[in-house]
Design a protein around this ligand. Structure first.
Ligand code: 86X
Length: 736
């Protein structure tokens, strides 16, 4: 009953929100009146830029046009579309989506480039069942909008025939508030800057209603307002329903992940898209990772420091290759209070350009080398792809290490020492198997000489994921920043540099690797609580004697370094507590009641494989200590077996695409040529988009790494794709 009411309330809230979200534009009635005697001719056709411009001129619209290189994606558009006629914040370059629903209708959405437009959100906003909204087909783009993929813009809506107008609903993102809107005139080598109001008028005049849409989660249910705020009634307090994850990991992985990290109290959502709150349960995992890695790097002479959060435009742009391709992601501070800053300053996306001027000052002679500095900080990268907590977020925590050396060999050693520490963080601490390797030319950090990486794959969705990277920067940065030193012969030399980073993504990878249908499963080495102790008290028992004994056992365990907690609160019954701590992934549960007490024993349950057994008092300490190590190993082995099962070899494209589609990480003999990699990516992308398959359209294959350990290629091995001579074996995967 309670559940039922709460669900209905939720529904009402949802619908109310929905009505607020999608409001008919207020201009509508006014425009209707204003234009009632001048409704536009129906069935116009705009086929190209010239016709579009002519059309705007005929309608006496003020606008201007800028030509540019072809911009096939929003990202490219943001980089290439420029004007000096108005300032950056006076216009919005938009992303446009043409979608179809199962009922045969279409949605056209013009969104702010930073708004979320993932299918999960769209299904929620349009009350659609998962999978019912998809990208429209290429031939529908043609027959409805008369436009090629990549050039879709609201202008193409003017091509709708009268008979089609009722089939297509147009939505303009509420986040578009600028005076001007920047959209392609039927072709993406050119952009028209037009007043947003003028565009709305034009569309309305053509009998296309403009609905405004708020691209935001309709509601966020967190454990705090879902489960915990409802005082548990004993009868309902079975530890299921409100607390538990509502779907299986294999059923709907994205939903499973989102519920697992919120209900386990790792993450809370935040009102700014792409930013999340790390609650103590996840932050303390980060602290354990920090402690482990920090100790390791200090052993090889790295020192911690802290550099400022801000970077000037001049410094940021000093090394071209470094910023190239990244610039749309840089977040800028442009104001203080109401006043514009004379020189806007960027928030660090990474700190090469912040640290290296200091390196240049500090390094004079070969005796000053090596310099090895690390900092634990936050960074901001304003990503446009779908954010996912831990995995891809706009602000994240990391360590970034930067070193300078007098020889290339010393820099090489530094790069690989760090890579080995990263492997240990993942394999030994997080129990996640990884593959150390080198990035291909395409995938390496452009500002550097070569990039090493550890990679893994999430077996549930088959996506490859970069876990951490360690770069040899060569002398690129030392040239630009003049990091020079005098060698033994007093000759000026340029330093050799490295940089390396590990982020809070590691927590997300760990959750995805080990979690199960009941929620988190934490490897003992990172579990904030390793053994949760729950008293089982019935009305006949003396609660104090049971609780006291548990506290005594807990104290003993603490004294040998086990992280324990006695959950003796009276608020919840044991069943609720079991589910709660299971969901939070605590590796060991110790149950203790009157029956156990009579036999001088406790009952132990393992989170990972659900095994249950008893243990006598005097054996508890050694048993728990061993068990934690056993669970750690068992979890690693299980993850490793699953990864192996989904790792295969392919020797031609047909084998390759089958395996990639079947969520495998694929090792192939390869020519190691840049263009070949690009062609593979394109062919895979086309193969999926032809299918119009939602789940797969986002998936493209890319190289993960050239593994450091690989068996030698056989005589005469050919590249699996272009059939030139194979030079290496490379791992491919679907990409995040
Ligand atoms: C690349 C390189 C490197 C130190 C690491 O991978 C480890 C730690 N840095 C990071 N990278 C950028 O250089 C970059 C630059 C800008 Cl301006 C940006 F907006 C985003 C970036 N993302 C990654």
């Amino acid at each position: 009953m309670l559940k039922c009411i709460s669900r209905n309330l939720h529904q009402i809230k949802f619908e109310y929100f929905y009505q607020l979200n999608i409001q008919k534009n207020i201009y509508k009635s006014f425009i209707k009146f204003y234009y009632s005697f001048s409704l536009m001719e129906s069935n116009i056709t705009l086929s190209n830029k010239e016709e579009t411009i002519k059309f705007l001129e005929n309608n006496k619209i003020n606008f201007f046009v800028e030509d540019h290189d072809k911009a096939d994606t929003v990202q490219e558009g943001l980089e290439k579309v420029k004007t000096d006629k108005i300032s950056k914040d006076e216009f919005t370059f938009c992303k446009n989506l043409f979608l179809k629903n199962k009922a045969g209708g279409f949605y056209f959405i013009t969104a702010h480039p930073t708004s979320q437009t993932d299918f999960k959100l769209l299904h929620k906003l349009f009350h659609a069942k998962s999978g019912n909204i998809r990208n429209a087909e290429k031939d529908q783009l043609q027959s409805y909008l008369n436009v090629q993929p990549g050039s879709v813009s609201p202008f193409s809506l003017l091509n709708l025939k009268d008979s089609q107008k009722s089939e297509v609903k147009f939505f303009l993102d509420k986040a578009i508030v600028s005076d001007y809107i920047a959209i392609h005139p039927m072709i993406n080598t050119s952009t028209v800057f037009i007043k947003t109001d003028d565009l709305i008028n034009l569309l309305e005049k053509s009998q296309i209603s403009v609905n405004r849409l708020e691209l935001k989660e309709p509601s966020v249910v967190t454990p705090s307002n879902d489960a915990a705020s409802v005082a548990p009634k004993k009868a309902e307090d079975d530890g299921k329903s409100k607390l538990a994850v509502s779907c299986g990991k294999n059923q709907d992985f994205a939903e499973w992940y989102s519920e697992t990290i919120t209900k386990s109290e790792m993450i809370d959502y935040y009102e700014i898209s792409g930013c999340y709150i790390l609650r103590p349960w996840s932050y303390s995992i980060w602290e354990i990772i920090q402690r482990f890695f920090d100790d390791k790097i200090k052993e090889i002479g790295v020192e911690n420091a802290y550099f400022p959060l801000f970077v000037s435009e001049r410094a940021l742009n000093k090394e071209k290759d470094h910023v190239e391709g990244f610039s749309p992601e840089v977040a800028w501070v442009t104001k203080s209070g109401k006043n514009n800053l004379e020189n806007p300053i960027a928030i660090r996306p990474t700190s090469e350009t912040i640290m290296y001027p200091s390196f240049a000052k500090w390094i004079r002679s070969h005796r000053d080398l090596p310099v090895k500095v690390n900092q634990w900080t936050n960074v901001v990268r304003w990503e446009f792809k779908n954010p996912t907590p831990f995995i891809r977020t706009r602000e994240f925590l990391w360590q970034e290490g930067h070193t300078a050396h007098s020889t290339l060999e010393e820099a090489d050693k530094q790069v690989y020492d760090i890579l080995e520490f990263y492997r240990q963080v993942y394999e030994d601490v997080l129990a996640v198997p990884v593959i150390p390797g080198k990035k291909t030319e395409n995938e390496k950090f452009a500002g550097g000489f070569y990039t090493t990486t550890i990679e893994t794959m999430i077996p549930t969705n088959g996506k490859g994921i970069q876990c951490a990277t360690s770069h040899n920067l060569g002398q690129n940065f030392s040239k630009m920043f003049e990091i020079n030193y005098l060698d033994e012969k007093q000759v000026s030399q340029q330093a050799w540099q490295t940089s390396w980073g590990l982020t809070t993504r590691s927590i997300g990878v760990m959750v995805m690797t080990h979690g199960d249908d009941q929620g988190l499963v934490l490897p003992p080495r990172v579990a904030p609580i390793q053994a949760i102790m729950i008293p089982i008290i019935t009305s006949k028992d003396n609660p104090e004697s049971i609780k006291n004994k548990l506290h005594e056992i807990s104290k003993g365990l603490k004294s040998i370094g086990v992280r324990t907690k006695v959950d003796d609160s009276d608020l919840h019954n044991p069943g609720w507590k079991f589910s709660h701590w299971e969901l939070k992934g605590v590796p060991i549960r110790i149950e203790f009641g009157a029956k156990d007490m009579q036999k001088d024993q406790v009952t132990i349950v393992c989170r990972d494989n659900k095994e249950k057994f008893t243990c006598k008092y005097d054996e508890i300490n050694s048993k728990i200590k061993d068990l934690l190590e056993l669970i750690q190993k068992r979890m690693y082995q299980k993850a490793k077996d699953e990864l192996n099962k989904k790792t295969s070899e392919a020797f031609n494209y047909d084998q390759f695409i089958k395996l990639v589609s079947d969520k495998n990480m694929v090792l192939t003999p390869w020519c190691n040529i840049k263009e070949c990699e690009e062609q593979v990516k394109k062919r895979v992308k086309d193969a999926y988009s032809d299918k119009g398959d939602d789940e797969n359209t986002a998936a493209t294959a890319k190289t993960l790494c050239i593994p450091l350990e690989q068996k030698p290629l056989e005589e005469g091995s050919k590249c699996f794709f272009c059939e030139k001579k194979a030079e290496v074996r490379v791992f491919w995967g679907r990409s995040y």
